[in-house]
Design a protein around this ligand. Structure first.
Ligand SMILES: CC(C)(COP(=O)(O)OP(=O)(O)OC[C@H]1O[C@@H](n2cnc3c(N)ncnc32)[C@H](O)[C@@H]1OP(=O)(O)O)[C@@H](O)C(=O)NCCC(=O)NCCS
Length: 155
């Protein structure tokens, strides 16, 4: 099945249980409360769910529009089924998220990456983000690269 044929929609509350079943395997480690239920139940209209025609999940993105900075769209996490990687699914998640956030008035998008997560770093750099290293951003020893770029997301 082609990436363009995947069905995209906002997140729903009942997607949480499905995501919970796959997310640790997809990430390669336990994700825990980073994938908080509130992103599905309370922030679902901001997020993105991609599925095939089974329908089976292919990838999803948890994000929001900042209350403190209403022009800022913020990606909390995104993940793609390993069997689908390298085909533009992650980029499509971002395109959908950014298009909806842009329609709501956002002019920039931000995401974090741990310095050791090569795939995430390369992904954001390929999508035109600029990263700034923030030592101890998430606590002592928890450095993060803060990636940001303007909207619209044109590649
Ligand atoms: C990061 C992730 C979402 C990328 O998904 P994907 O569907 O493979 O990404 P895409 O195919 O859309 O790639 C988009 C661009 O990023 C680049 N990219 C993606 N993964 C890459 C990797 N591992 N190494 C180098 N470049 C990579 C691609 O080459 C592509 O650039 P191009 O179009 O110029 O060739 C996926 O690897 C993943 O789910 N990883 C585990 C979870 C994670 O780290 N999430 C991010 C932090 S929350």
């Amino acid at each position: 099945m082609d990436v363009a044929a995947l069905v995209s929609r906002p997140l729903r509350a009942d997607d949480f249980a499905v995501a919970r079943r796959v997310v640790d395997d997809w990430f390669g480690h336990p994700v825990g409360l980073v994938m908080h239920r509130l992103f599905f139940e309370q922030l679902g209209p901001s997020g993105v769910w991609l599925e095939d025609d089974a329908p089976a999940p292919v990838g999803f993105l948890l994000g929001l529009v900042s209350e403190a900075e209403p022009d800022l769209a913020y990606v909390h996490m995104h993940v793609v089924d390993p069997a689908w990687r390298g085909r533009g699914v992650g980029a499509r998640l971002y395109e959908e998220f950014c298009a909806r956030a842009g329609a709501r008035g956002c002019s920039r998008v931000r995401a974090l990456a741990a310095p050791g997560r090569e795939a995430s770093r390369r992904f954001h750099e390929r999508l035109g983000f600029t990263g700034t290293m923030r030592p101890d951003h998430l606590g002592q020893g928890q450095d993060r690269i803060v990636y940001e770029r303007g909207l619209p997301l044109l590649r």
